[in-house]
Design a binder for this molecule. Sequence first.
Ligand SMILES: Nc1ncnc2c1ncn2[C@@H]1O[C@H](COP(=O)(O)OP(=O)(O)OP(=O)(O)O)[C@@H](O)[C@H]1O
Ligand SMILES: [Mg+2]
Length: 255
Amino acid sequence: MSGIAVELDDVHKSFGKTPIIRGARLQVPEGERYAIIGPNGAGKTTLFNLISGRFAPSSGDIRLKGESIVGLKPFEINRRGLSRSFQITNIFPRLSVFENLRCAVLWSLGYRYSFWDRLGRLKDARAGAESVLEQTGLAARRNTLAGLLPYAEQRALEIGITVAGGAEVILLDEPTAGMSRSESDAAVELIRKVTAGKTLLMVEHDMSVVFGLADRIAVVVYGEVIACDTPANVRNNPAVQEAYLGARVAKLNAR
Ligand SMILES: Nc1ncnc2c1ncn2[C@@H]1O[C@H](COP(=O)(O)OP(=O)(O)OP(=O)(O)O)[C@@H](O)[C@H]1O
Ligand SMILES: [Mg+2]
């Protein structure tokens, strides 16, 4: 056990000839909440795609709990305890809220089950889904088709799906995008609750969400982590202000 949940070690990724991730380095200790911020197109989602195994890095190493996960398939990385959400809503719209959560739990339990433990697993999945339903405040919506939920509740469901399998490392890509102030305040509370004791990496543009939730902020600019520090230090870091944060913090301070 290294104490480091996720580690990026000189990670590079090019698409064709275009370098997108250019020597990214980051260490996220177990149990901490990290926000990843940076301009549009900086490579934040690409980093998530690399960490979750959707793409392989062109070079460099990515470690989960001290072990390299380069070359593993997304489901294998998921089985090792990492779960991610997507920047766009990613639910089964024609399944009920409950069925969406139960699918997520079943998936995490694995599909290579035998006939004999099948019923046991279905029971476990039901219990797991019930518990997430409770945590996400969606109990009253259990039988609603997910596609018919209001947008903010779809995103809450998505957070529920991401944590339903019991992963210790959670990656959320812009979980409050498109929400009103009060909706994103509620989302922050939900994220705080469902990720308690877990490691969280969260891409987020909304600075009040970032400063409210993150233990540390990693600033990604043009495929590199140019700073990784406490919110207060990042706020006062001149390089960060120049590259990205200036206008946004000014806006936040003016509130
Ligand atoms: N599969 C891909 N093939 C080719 N180019 C890609 C691919 N995925 C991402 N890119 C490019 O990589 C760059 C970084 O994209 P990425 O989605 O990681 O940015 P981001 O930091 O998440 O931006 P945003 O804040 O807008 O979500 C962009 O120029 C994008 O066009
Ligand atoms: Mg993105």
